[in-house]
Design a protein around this ligand. Structure first.
Ligand code: OGA
Ligand code: MN
Length: 298
């Protein structure tokens, strides 16, 4: 990743900066760090406006050195919308020690051989959270509690740029198309050769969606969960999706986040993807996640 260029060091925000609050871009592709906000404290409207503007502009927002309880994290998330519940019933979830039922622990830690959370091990392919339901997640808030010394990085990808840079003929091919997204993966990559619709949640969404706040178009397909294009035969659909995935997953669209304990990241699932790099099963990794509800893509 190239170093910060002059175009990314200038903030292009419309809200008047709240005192002591600073927005610093993280990469040419997307992402910004916000300094000078303690998320355990009430956030005044001017500060919230800066955060909301930065989120719209940079798509992924980082707050470092935060010491957040579950309540603190939930309270902050609720400024952006209502929390999204977990699709799985409580009796089928690994998380037994969380206060809010909407909280997910993203962790490889096991107690008595059983994971204490979800998405435990290793690499994860690029995806958008909950794209297999009718109203996929709007934003995800992930807070780092324990982090391995190497790996387990999260990569974020700008799907506005991925769409804008497609050749015109490909845009024309996908603009009014839909594709089916299926929740059928282990921890890392999709399982099997064909989706099993009887057993796995799935939903058909536009391949290109319009972001309700920015009005911009973003690609809305991903390697982990998008299985096939509606109305195309299998070979044509697979060829088109492979071509799109290869186009999407280019370094120029990506910011690679190396976690530190105390990081809170907020990302927009409507115009970004994220993926996780591999890490050792000998090291512990624990993050706390909540998600806010989104709308039906159009
Ligand atoms: C998630 C997710 C990636 C990570 O919480 O939705 O994809 O780095 N996490 O653990
Ligand atoms: Mn995810």
């Amino acid at each position: 990743m190239s170093s910060v260029s002059s175009s990314t060091s200038v903030s292009r925000l419309s809200a008047a900066p709240a005192r002591g609050v600073e927005v610093r871009p993280l990469s040419p592709a997307l992402g910004a760090e916000i300094h000078g906000v303690d998320l355990t404290r009430p956030i005044d409207d001017a500060t919230f406006a800066v955060i909301a503007d930065a989120w719209r502009e940079y798509l992924v927002i980082l707050f470092r050195d935060q010491v957040l309880s579950e309540d603190d994290q939930v309270r902050f998330a609720q400024r952006f919308g209502a929390l999204q519940g977990r699709p799985r019933p409580a009796s089928m979830r690994a998380e037994t020690a969380v206060k809010h039922p909407e909280i997910m622990l993203v962790s490889n830690i096991r107690e008595n051989g059983k994971p204490i959370g979800s998405l435990p091990d290793g690499e994860m392919q690029f995806h958008s959270d909950m794209c297999y339901i009718e109203k996929p997640a709007k934003g995800t808030f992930l807070y780092a509690i324990e982090i391995p010394s190497i790996g387990g990085d999260t990569h974020f990808l700008n799907m506005y740029d991925a769409y804008d840079s497609l050749p015109a003929d490909v845009k024309a091919k996908i603009n009014d198309r839909k594709a089916v997204n299926v929740f059928q993966y282990g921890s890392t990559s999709r399982e099997g050769n064909n989706p099993n619709f009887d057993e796995h949640p799935h939903y058909t969404h536009p391949m290109v969606r319009t972001h309700p706040d920015s009005g911009r178009k973003a690609l809305f397909v991903n390697r982990l969960m998008t299985w096939s294009v509606e109305g195309m035969d299998e070979a044509e659909s697979a060829a088109l999706l492979d071509r799109l995935f290869d186009h999407i997953e280019q370094p120029k669209f990506i910011y690679e986040h190396k976690w530190r304990v105390g990081d809170l990241l907020l990302w927009d699932n409507r115009c970004t993807l994220h993926a996780r790099t591999d890490f050792s099963d000998k090291e512990r990794r624990l993050l706390r996640r909540c998600v806010i509800q989104g709308d039906k893509p159009y």
